[in-house]
Design a protein around this ligand. Structure first.
Ligand SMILES: [Ca+2]
Ligand SMILES: [Ca+2]
Ligand SMILES: [Ca+2]
Ligand SMILES: [Ca+2]
Length: 406
């Protein structure tokens, strides 16, 4: 990084910084302690607020950022990052509570966007910024830029009692930030910084990949280093809070005069819940495979069952299935019962009703849907729903119907 102070896009500083509770990122700096020797010039703690940087500068002479942030060309300007040196820390208040919500992708609840990028042979042209022209290094040379970088993350519910992640969750880690979606021919909308990547990814899985292909693998997300609240070190007495509002990123002093650890932070975000179908695809498909394979209408292994059918009927989208589960319904009194595979627990099967058979359009979903009682048994769920008493003096027909994908 450069040593002289040089803030670009100075007009931006005249705009009021408007933050809202419910924003999925840091909205307030509670404290900033620079530490012993942070990177010179990176001393504006508000740079950790808001979403991760989408566009950065092609060089020092630019006055407005025009280069989309990509995994090989990080945000780097004094107006984008805050640096923390040894013994320093930043404490941020989040716009949303951080919880260990089971509907978060990969179990990831929180994302940290720090200064890092994928490194190795070759230079990305940040002026032309055509990602199809850049190929990531091979597995022998690909690396994540982590030189002298060290940051630890702690969480607090009240801003005073802190809980740490174990030391193996030091920063920076995969994946570097992506600012915009690559449409295949151009840079499109902003990425979603609440959609995490697979935390099990390794650099060797990305080796030799075309940069445009890698950007598509982000699936609309912005990358980031993911943290799972399930990994927090529990206190010696008592239990962990279930909800946190404060994030502290610190650089421990290692007591060695010859080392000079630092971390530069761009943003911190709270992960958003994902649909049951999205989480199912994350369990079954590799992050580095083509995202198109995950479409509900796709049938990658060509067994004639679409992914949507596999999801809702207990199939495996990568293994040829000769048949899938078909609901067998029984009715006793006004209780309708059926068994479904456990893997289809959250599939949107709905009870529909009609008084007149024949026309498909006669079927209407019960609203609200009756609350089911589930009994888990082996690999199956035995589900019972109590049907409403028909109001008319006419026969009523019920069926179980799979909703279309969203
Ligand atoms: Ca979690
Ligand atoms: Ca920033
Ligand atoms: Ca299939
Ligand atoms: Ca299958």
């Amino acid at each position: 990084m450069a040593s002289s102070r040089f803030i670009k896009g100075i007009t931006l500083l005249c705009l009021p910084l408007i933050s809202f509770a419910q924003d999925p990122w840091a909205i307030e700096v509670i404290s900033y302690t620079p530490g012993s020797d942070p990177a010179t010039g990176y001393d504006l703690p508000d740079n950790a607020l808001g979403r991760p940087t989408t566009e950065t500068y092609a060089d020092y002479t630019e006055t407005e950022p025009s280069t989309v942030v990509v995994p090989v060309y990080s945000a780097w300007d004094f107006s984008e990052l805050i640096s923390i040196g040894e013994g320093g820390s930043i404490v941020l208040r989040m716009g949303q509570a951080i919880t260990d919500d089971p509907t978060h992708p990969y179990g990831t609840d929180l994302l940290i966007f720090s200064y890092t990028f994928i490194n190795g042979a070759g230079l990305y042209d940040q002026v032309i910024q055509d990602p199809t022209l850049y190929t990531l290094p091979d597995s022998a040379t690909i690396a994540l830029y982590t030189d002298g970088k060290w940051g630890k993350v702690s969480l607090s519910a009240d801003g005073s009692t802190w809980y740490d992640f174990p030391s193996q969750f030091d920063l920076p880690r995969l994946l570097p930030t992506l600012g915009r979606v690559w449409t295949g021919s151009d840079w499109g909308q902003f990425t979603d910084p609440t959609l995490p990547p697979d935390p099990a990814l390794t650099l060797s899985e990305l080796a030799g990949m075309n940069l445009a292909e890698l950007c598509r693998r982000y699936r609309g997300g912005a990358g980031g280093a993911g943290l799972d609240l399930a990994d927090l070190i529990p206190p010696a007495t008592g239990s962990l809070p279930t909800s946190f509002s404060y994030v502290r990123i610190s650089v421990p002093d290692d007591g060695d005069e010859n080392t000079n650890y630092r971390i530069e932070i761009d943003a911190v975000t709270v992960v958003a819940p994902a649909s049951a179908y999205t989480r199912w695809t994350q369990e079954h498909f590799n992050w580095v495979e083509a995202p198109e394979l995950e479409n509900p209408s796709a049938d990658p292994e060509e067994d004639l069952f679409t992914n949507w059918q596999e999801f809702a009927r207990g199939g495996d989208p990568l293994v040829t299935d000769l048949s899938l589960w078909t609901p067998e319904i029984t009715l006793s009194q006004s209780v309708l019962s059926y068994t479904l595979p456990q893997s289809a627990e959250e599939a949107p099967w709905e009870i529909e009703m009609t008084a007149l058979l024949g026309e498909e359009s006669n079927w209407q979903a019960l609203s609200p849907q009756p609350t089911p009682t589930d009994l888990w048994s082996g690999d199956d769920i035995e589900r019972e729903v109590t049907l409403p008493i028909p109001s008319e003096d006419a026969p009523q027909f019920f069926r179980l119907h799979l909703q279309d994908p969203e």
